[in-house]
Design a protein around this ligand. Structure first.
Ligand code: AMP
Length: 121
């Protein structure tokens, strides 16, 4: 899928719409999810234009990939979820129910995050 630079996270990165920023460095931006599913629900996104994990792992530099995951670690520390544990998740494509076509990693914490995935039976 080609990157659509009109997606909402691209607009946040360009400063065209606001976000509730949690963390930023050269490679990543993190902000609170607008519809939080747990007391801590932060989205960590790369600053580069990548649709999803497939695009990112195929096309991003090692520095960008390391930078994104270090940012996830920073966000976990900064939001205080590391002691009790937390979950990271990235939705990809139709089966993954991805809504926004700019790679993002959800960080959920501050409460039990429930089973890993809804059972099919
Ligand atoms: P996904 O289904 O993984 O693509 O999740 C997209 C997430 O983006 C959802 O959890 C939305 O609540 C969140 N979201 C959409 N628009 C915004 C926004 N403007 N600021 C913060 N979070 C947003």
């Amino acid at each position: 899928m080609a990157y659509d630079d009109q997606n909402i996270f691209a607009k946040i990165l360009r400063g065209e719409i606001p976000c509730d920023k949690v963390y930023e460095d050269d490679h990543a931006l993190a902000f609170n999810d607008i519809n939080p599913q747990r007391p801590v629900h932060v989205l960590v996104i790369p600053k580069g234009h990548y649709v999803d994990v497939d695009d990112f792992t195929a096309n991003a530099s090692d520095a960008e990939i390391a930078g994104l995951f270090r940012a996830v670690g920073q966000v976990a520390k900064q939001t205080g979820v590391t002691d009790d544990g937390y979950r990271i998740l990235s939705n990809i494509g139709v089966n993954g129910h991805q809504e926004v076509p700019h790679l993002h990693i959800h960080v959920f914490g501050g409460a039990d995050t429930g089973p890993m995935i809804k059972r099919q039976d």
